[in-house]
Design a protein around this ligand. Structure first.
Ligand code: BTN
Length: 322
């Protein structure tokens, strides 16, 4: 019901919505409407109540609740079901549980704060309250297992395009899936999978975006390597709008990935958003460090390196330094 009320307040032509109109729209009593308004005020919404006029939304807090994200969301799959938590250990963990319990494809799990946010390779992901986007999507693509890891590359393209469209920040993808601005990381992606034999049961694509984290708020070990959209733009960025844009950019790319059986047709889009190719890089692989010029990625998302001796190496999985 809060969603209906919020929508009416946002849409009101003269600013005010009568209590009566809300009662009719929600099918509840005046007292119930008043209680909901009170709940919203407690959550930080500045709602003015004027006798004989009704209620007016003066100001809204920067929240990533389901109601805020749904406001104007134009997707038909991603985010049709939204699970919001104020605090959670990890949205990826909750998404995994929900997926095993049958949550529909496209379900978005999002939290204001994570207490044990996870990064790649067992690292922690700094996820303080009120300042980031910590979200996970449940996907159920009917694709062979070999294509599963490529979803991360697809998500990276969506994320980079979304940052540009929603905030004007022109960042770039560091292979395979970090989003960097001026050499510092502002977003990361952690894909986890549940599969059997050659069948993907579900994927959980976890996305972390440092939105309004002040540069000096990062822990010491991240200070020189992490950044946020606020630090880049020099102003606070409303988070719900960024979430919507991520979902809207991701949806058509995801459909293409499923329809065309993998990453192949999205390779050009990845290249257009990357900051890796054409640079001298070091790939930290399980076989040790491999240095060379990043030449290309193939239709499976594998990185091709040319070493100083002219020999070419395929990099399937690595952390890279650009
Ligand atoms: C990385 O770059 O190491 C990946 C970071 C992924 C962080 C996100 S935040 C939302 C989701 N939940 C998690 O615990 N991790 C991912």
């Amino acid at each position: 019901m809060n969603e209906t009320i919020l929508h009416m307040l946002r849409d009101a032509p003269g600013g005010f919505v009568s209590g009566e109109a809300m009662c009719q729209a929600c099918g509840v009593s005046r007292t119930s409407i008043w209680k909901h308004i009170k709940d919203m005020q407690d959550a930080g919404y500045n709602i003015e109540a004027v006798r004989n006029k009704g209620y007016r939304l003066v100001d809204a807090p920067d929240l990533v609740t389901a109601a805020e994200i749904r406001e104007g969301l134009s997707t038909t799959l991603l985010g049709q079901s939204i699970v919001y938590r104020e605090t959670i250990d990890s949205t990826n963990s909750l998404a995994q549980q929900l997926a095993l319990g049958g949550a529909p494809e496209g379900t978005l799990v999002i939290a204001d704060e994570q207490t044990s946010g996870r990064g790649r390779r067992g690292r922690q992901w700094f996820s303080p309250p009120h300042s980031g986007i910590w979200m996970s999507l449940i996907l159920r693509p009917e694709l062979p297992l070999a294509h599963a890891a490529q979803i991360t590359l697809v998500a990276a393209v969506a994320l980079n395009q979304a940052l540009s469209r929603a905030t004007g920040v022109q960042a770039g993808i560091k292979w395979p899936n970090d989003i960097l601005f001026n050499g510092k990381k502002c977003c990361g992606i952690l894909t986890e999978m549940h599969a059997e034999f050659d069948q993907i049961h579900h994927l959980v694509v976890g996305i972390g975006i440092n939105v309004n984290v002040a540069q000096d708020e990062f822990p010491a070990e991240l200070e020189g390597i992490a950044t946020s959209l606020q630090a880049i733009r020099g102003e606070r960025i409303p988070r719900a709008q960024v979430v919507r844009t991520v979902l809207e950019e991701f949806e058509p790319l995801y459909r293409q990935y499923v329809l065309n059986g993998g990453f192949g047709t999205l390779r050009d889009a990845w290249k257009a958003n990357n900051i890796t190719l054409g640079r001298h890089i070091v790939a930290h692989t399980a076989r040790g460090d491999i240095e060379g010029l990043a030449l290309d990625i193939d239709e499976f998302g594998v990185l091709l390196l040319e070493k100083a001796d002219g020999e070419r190496e395929k990099i399937y999985s690595a952390d890279i330094t650009v």
